[in-house]
Design a protein around this ligand. Structure first.
Ligand SMILES: [Zn+2]
Length: 67
């Protein structure tokens, strides 16, 4: 489970959406609710690249990853 500082998370925005919506932390990914993309967090660094994004539905929820 990635840990990001809340103040950093606040500054991050989806690079694929023109209105730059905030991202939601889920497991090791940052999710955009607007376009349903999930951006990976590698070694604690969010990779906010559209080419690196995966569909949000492929990211396990926190509940699923615990089992
Ligand atoms: Zn987006």
């Amino acid at each position: 489970m990635a840990v990001l500082a809340p103040e950093l998370l606040e500054k991050l925005a989806c690079p694929a959406c023109e209105h730059r919506p905030p991202l939601r932390l889920q497991g090791d990914y940052l999710l955009c609710d607007a376009c349903q993309r999930a951006y990976p967090i590698r070694d604690g660094i969010p990779v906010l690249l559209v080419e690196e994004a995966v569909p949000a539905e492929t990211v396990p929820t926190a509940q699923e990853s615990q089992s």
